[in-house]
Design a protein around this ligand. Structure first.
Ligand code: GDP
Length: 349
């Protein structure tokens, strides 16, 4: 069995490879773009595995995708490569579309022409739902994206269905709500918070003053899970009798504010909110700290540069279908996820 995974240096690609190397005998081809400075940190557990190989390719270069599918003849093609950050999709909208939407067409075309029985996974996102009209959201929820990123993923959803219907390909586009973990990039709010908490934890321990974490909108709500739980659901989606999209989510929603509180709690730092709007701050609430400068310190403050031109206010998934038909469920709760990320970042600071 041969499997191509794109986005291998990213969170989901690396977690998928780890999962498949552990649970199957498949040969994994991890696709990466050429870069003068690649970061292999997420892949450190498997770069030397006998069943793993890096291959060069680029979702914007159809020659590279065609050649990989033609030469490798994969049984599965799992596409986690993406411009995955919503925030900067307003700055680079064309690249976002080229990678996230047209890139999916390039993969589907390569599969159609060179290996039509290869099963294809396309990474869909709850950002496709955007300005939601009901809660919790399932597969029937209309696509109402609020960002170039969300629109690019919604386009990919349509094109996957078109190729599935037109050419009878086994192609699925999972609807995955936010998923995080210790491989998450620091530009995402969860990792930004847990790395910030680790920095402040060590400063307090050493009696040093510190800068607060700067965040944008604290009131948006997300349905967060562990990426390691989701790769299991993705593999199950790829191994059904017939191709069908599913929602993967925790079916719980929490605000950024709650994430902040929980993350500091796991580092045994208590805080309180004070002020309103962009003046709102989270202050340390610890009378046991010797250094008085630290005692009055601010842990979190607002920086409006992290506000988005348009916000997705609330995401809450309904993954009942996946739980029933795929026999899938997440193992890591929201609380455990925050704890795992905070502890990892404190230990690896
Ligand atoms: P997304 O759901 O894929 O956009 O994941 P993110 O982690 O990038 O953002 C989740 C939510 O956190 C969004 O509603 C953001 O507006 C909000 N947020 C608040 N402050 C920040 C910040 O400093 N960075 C990021 N990335 N998001 C922030």
């Amino acid at each position: 069995m041969k499997i191509i995974i794109t986005g291998i240096l990213g969170q989901d690609g690396a977690n998928m490879a780890e999962y498949l190397l552990k649970n199957t005998n498949a040969k994994i081809f991890g696709m990466m773009r050429r870069s003068a400075n690649p970061n292999f940190i997420n892949c450190k557990n498997f770069t030397k595995h006998y069943n793993f190989e890096f291959v060069y390719g680029d979702l914007t270069d159809s020659v590279s995708i065609d050649n990989l599918v033609r030469q490798i003849q994969p049984d599965y093609f799992i596409n986690f490569g993406a411009q995955s950050f919503v925030g900067c999709s307003w700055d680079i909208p064309l690249q976002t579309f080229d990678v996230n939407a047209t890139g999916v067409v390039r993969c589907l075309e390569a599969i159609r022409r060179f290996k039509p029985d290869c099963k294809f996974y396309s990474a869909g996102s709850s950002e496709e739902l955007g300005d939601v009209i009901y809660t919790p959201q399932d597969l029937n929820h209309p696509l109402r994206p609020r960002s170039p990123y969300g629109a690019s993923k919604a386009s990919a959803r349509h094109v996957v269905k078109v190729y599935r219907d037109s050419y009878k390909l086994y192609a699925v586009h999972g609807l995955l709500f936010n998923h995080e973990g210790t491989k998450r990039g620091e530009e995402f709010v969860t990792r930004k918070i847990t790395k910030g908490v680790a920095r402040i934890y060590h400063a307090i321990k050493n009696n040093q003053i510190f800068e607060p974490i700067e965040l944008g909108n604290l009131d948006s709500k997300r349905d967060w899970s562990d990426s390691e739980d989701f790769v299991d659901g993705v593999w199950k989606m790829l191994n059904q009798k017939s191709p069908k999209d599913y929602v993967l989510s925790s079916d719980e929603t929490h605000s950024i504010r709650e994430f902040v509180e929980k993350a500091f709690n796991h580092a045994h730092i208590e805080g309180y909110w004070h002020g309103e709007g962009i003046e709102e701050k989270y202050y340390i609430n610890d009378t046991y700290i010797e250094n008085k400068q630290i005692e009055s310190s601010c842990l979190v403050k607002i920086n409006p540069k992290f506000y988005r031109p348009a916000e997705v206010d609330l995401l809450l998934g309904d993954s009942n279908l996946a739980r029933k038909e795929l026999n899938w469920k997440p193992k890591i709760s929201f609380d455990k996820l925050v704890e795992k990320m905070v502890c990892f970042d404190i230990d690896n600071f």
